[in-house]
Ligand binder design. Sequence first.
Ligand SMILES: Cc1cc2nc3c(=O)[nH]c(=O)nc-3n(C[C@H](O)[C@H](O)[C@H](O)COP(=O)(O)OP(=O)(O)OC[C@H]3O[C@@H](n4cnc5c(N)ncnc54)[C@H](O)[C@@H]3O)c2cc1C
Ligand code: FES
Length: 283
Amino acid sequence: MAFKITKMIDLDSIDFLVDVEAPEIAERFHPGQFVMLMTRKEGERIPMSVMKAEDGKLSMFIRKLGKTSKELRDGIEAFENVIGPLGHGVEEKVYGNILVLSDAVCGHAENYAICDALGKIEGNTITSVQTFPSKAEIYPDEYLAKNVADRHFITTEDGSFGDAGSYVTTLKRLLKNDVPIDFVFGGGKLPTMKAVSTILAINNIDNLFTTRQMMVDGSGMCGACRLYIDGEMKLACVDGPMFDSRKVNWTRAMKRYGMFKKEEKIANEYYEAHKGGCGQCQK
Ligand SMILES: Cc1cc2nc3c(=O)[nH]c(=O)nc-3n(C[C@H](O)[C@H](O)[C@H](O)COP(=O)(O)OP(=O)(O)OC[C@H]3O[C@@H](n4cnc5c(N)ncnc54)[C@H](O)[C@@H]3O)c2cc1C
Ligand code: FES
């Protein structure tokens, strides 16, 4: 069964939004969960966070990075398969003063979904911080979590808008100003999550961060997404993807995430050169 793509628009120079019809998944989705996408039958499965599940459709923010995401942006009309929802979503309850942090495409999707769901629960106050590379790369207003948060800050890595640096800069400013924070959710780049985990440990703040790993099947069978939480092996796809950042072995997680760089480069080069025509990148 094909899953029809109903919308595809650019968000900035590299990220784009995709809406896909997947009513059964949309109905069961909880913020923090993800799906596995297949652009064609022989293709790889790529894990993708979900920003919104509404009216039988899933909205996703996708980065044009390598072979599969480029193939998708170059004009696919339907997914061969969408599998999910996968992983554990966040518990939808009262946390109090919630801070939601993100600095990359996957993190921004979760940021929106978490703010939207938890903001509807009385007793929660939501502050969202989203980091973009520069002012020119900030998503259009309607796709920012500011629509679903009580307070929203933007930081830019080059300092062209808002606080300069990553969301860590804004978190430090909030802590310095004694802004109450009861719980932090976050996602995005692994090095920023590693940096923030130290601050959250020093300040003893409970948190859950999406700890991205390479996923092959997304169902706990291949072992590709293993990581170490408090010294114990876990699978990001079935045990996560969110974990207490203070317990994650970030050094091992970062090392594993880069392990297919060579193969990804070859597939990307074939795709760029032949756009699928020679068949090499289909292998
Ligand atoms: C739980 C989860 C949620 C994600 N959510 C998003 C999202 O919302 N938006 C988004 O753009 N990306 C998201 N990703 C990353 C996304 O899966 C990769 O960008 C995608 O697989 C790239 O495939 P490619 O063929 O275009 O590029 P490739 O050239 O194959 O890879 C480019 C880079 O993408 C990452 N990547 C590649 N394959 C995988 C894989 N099987 N599993 C995990 N990471 C991979 C690696 O960092 C790699 O260097 C998520 C990953 C995980 C694990
Ligand atoms: S992706 Fe295969 S075990 Fe998690």
